[in-house]
Ligand binder design. Structure first.
Ligand SMILES: [Zn+2]
Length: 181
């Protein structure tokens, strides 16, 4: 695995929250690695992972659509279309929305595969995620166009898929699992 210096030097996310968001006192104390409690007013905050989706999109020929990341982290490496799940959204709806935003394609079928936890460095902050992986079917790749966070779209034949080309740790692991099934 590639050593990620940026992640290594980043503090635990809760270390960045020093003041109670309710009463404003500097008495926001870690109770364990998942939570902080305010000794002044009793407010408790649990730090939980954010849900995210990533999609394996295949066509009838068994080719896989992937994108090149246009933004950090792991800028310019390959990625699966996907992103963070919005509030009140299902994983499946999130998968369809993210695929549409990044590739302009409409997902016909969407099947959940597996999940892998990840840490996504963003804005000087370790964003802990639970990445939900889906296998999606589309009519064809003919109308695919890169948009949003996707810099470029690539269509890979099965023999062209190399997990090492994918920059995000969880996606690299997911690609390994996906091609070995
Ligand atoms: Zn407080």
């Amino acid at each position: 695995m590639q050593f990620n210096f940026q992640l290594f030097t980043m503090p635990h996310p809760l270390d960045l929250f020093n003041y109670c968001p309710i009463c404003g006192q500097k008495t926001f104390i870690e109770t364990n690695e998942k939570a902080k409690r305010c000794a002044s007013c009793g407010f408790v905050y649990y730090f939980n992972p954010s849900a995210a989706v990533a999609c394996f999109i295949k066509n009838a020929k068994g080719e896989l659509l992937v994108v090149r990341r246009g933004t950090p982290p792991a800028e310019n490496t390959l990625d699966l279309p996907g992103g963070f799940v919005d509030m009140h959204e299902t994983g499946e709806d999130s998968a369809r929305r993210e695929v549409k935003e990044e590739t302009h394609l409409d997902v016909k079928e969407c099947r959940y595969l597996f999940s892998i936890p990840n840490i996504y460095p963003y804005s000087g902050f370790k964003v802990h995620t639970l990445d939900l992986f889906y296998e999606c079917e589309v009519e064809s790749f003919d109308t695919a166009a890169a948009d949003d966070d996707a810099e470029e779209i690539l269509i890979l034949r099965p023999e062209e898929i190399d997990p090492e080309d994918f920059g995000l740790t969880s996606v690299k692991e997911a690609v390994k699992r996906y091609i070995s099934k």
